[in-house]
Write a protein that binds this ligand. Structure first.
Ligand code: BMP
Length: 266
C-alpha cells in the first residue's frame, strides 16, 4: 500500500509537478509537518513563519482572517518560504461552480493564484471545480507550478461526509485531465485513496488534547501517521498556543517524522 512507500519513491509516481516537489522537499528536509498559521495580524504570521520555517514542509494560511493584509505581507511570506524552503498553501476551501472559483482564485483583494503554491477545495460541486481552478491560470507552465488538495473527509464531529462522497472525491482526484493539478487529498484515514502519487494531508493533530469547544477532534501525531495514513500532519493551536513555538514545532516535527520512518520500516 502507499503508506509503506518512501516519500522519494512517491515523488517519482506523482503526476502533479508540485506534488513531486513537495514529496522531494519532505524527503530532503526530513519534515512532514504543516503549520496552520491561523493568526490575524500579518506580523504575527511572519514571525511564526520565521521561527518555525526550518521545521516545516508547508505553511497553511487562511488569508481572509488577516486584518492588515497587504502585498508586502505576501512578498515577505514568500521570502521566508524561499529562505526556509517550505511551500505555501492557502486553505481557501473553494466550493462553487467553475466560473466562480476561477474568479475567486485569481481576482479580488487576495489574488491567491499569484502567490499560493497550493490551495484547497471541496468536491461538492463536482469535477468542474478542478477545471475552474485550472482555467484561472495562464497556460501549461503556470498550471505546473500550482496544485489543489481536495477534501474527502473532515475532522469536525458530525460532518456530513459519507463513504460515497469520499469515494467520489477520490475519483475526481484521479480522473483524466485533473491528475496534473490535484496534488493531494485532505482526509482523516488511509482508505481515502490508493494512488501513491497523491499526498495525504491530515489536520486535527494535537499532543495533549482530544477535542476543542467547537467540534474539532484531535489525534496524536503517531496515530495520524501510522494508523490513519497521514503523509503530512497539520498542526495549528498545538504550536500557536505553546509557550515556546519554535520548541513546539521541533517536537511535532520530530514525532511526525519518527512516525513516518517507523511506518515505512515495518
Ligand atoms: P488546529 O490544529 O488549531 O485545530 O487547526 C487545524 C487547521 O486545519 C485549521 O486551519 C482548519 O481550518 C484546518 N482543517 C481542519 O481542522 N479540519 C479539516 O477537516 C480540514 C481543515 O482544513
Amino acid at each position: 500500500s502507499r503508506t509503506k512507500l518512501t516519500y522519494e519513491s512517491r515523488a517519482n509516481l506523482a503526476k502533479s509537478s508540485i506534488a513531486k516537489r513537495l514529496f522531494n522537499l519532505m524527503a530532503t528536509k526530513q519534515t512532514n509537518l504543516c503549520l496552520a498559521a491561523d493568526l490575524t495580524k500579518s506580523d504575527e504570521i511572519l514571525d511564526i513563519a520565521d521561527k518555525c520555517g526550518p521545521y516545516i514542509c508547508l505553511l497553511k494560511t487562511h488569508v481572509d482572517i488577516v486584518e492588515d493584509f497587504s502585498e508586502s505581507f505576501i512578498s515577505n511570506l514568500q521570502a521566508l518560504a524561499t529562505r526556509h524552503n517550505f511551500l505555501i498553501m492557502e486553505d481557501r476551501k473553494f466550493v462553487d461552480i467553475g466560473n466562480t472559483v476561477s474568479l475567486q482564485y485569481s481576482k479580488g483583494v487576495y489574488k491567491i493564484s499569484n502567490w499560493a503554491d497550493l490551495v484547497t477545495a471541496h468536491t461538492l460541486p463536482g469535477r468542474s471545480i478542478v477545471q475552474g481552478l485550472k482555467a484561472a491560470l495562464d497556460g501549461e507552465a503556470a498550471v505546473k507550478e500550482r496544485g489543489v488538495f481536495l477534501l474527502a473527509e473532515m475532522s469536525s464531529s458530525g460532518n456530513l461526509i459519507d463513504d460515497k462522497y469520499k469515494e467520489s472525491s477520490n475519483k475526481i482526484a484521479t480522473e483524466g485531465s485533473n491528475v496534473d493539478f490535484v496534488a493531494g487529498i485532505v482526509c482523516q484515514s488511509a482508505n481515502c485513496f490508493a494512488f501513491p502519487g497523491l499526498v495525504q494531508l491530515t489536520p486535527g493533530i494535537k499532543i495533549d488534547e482530544s477535542v476543542d469547544k467547537l467540534g474539532q477532534q484531535y489525534q496524536s501525531p503517531e496515530h495520524a501517521v501510522k494508523e490513519r495514513g497521514a503523509d503530512i500532519g497539520v498542526v495549528g493551536r498545538g504550536i500557536l498556543q505553546a509557550g515556546n513555538v519554535q520548541q513546539a514545532a521541533i517536537n511535532y516535527r520530530d514525532r511526525l517524522w519518527a512516525a513516518y520512518t517507523d511506518r515505512i520500516a515495518k
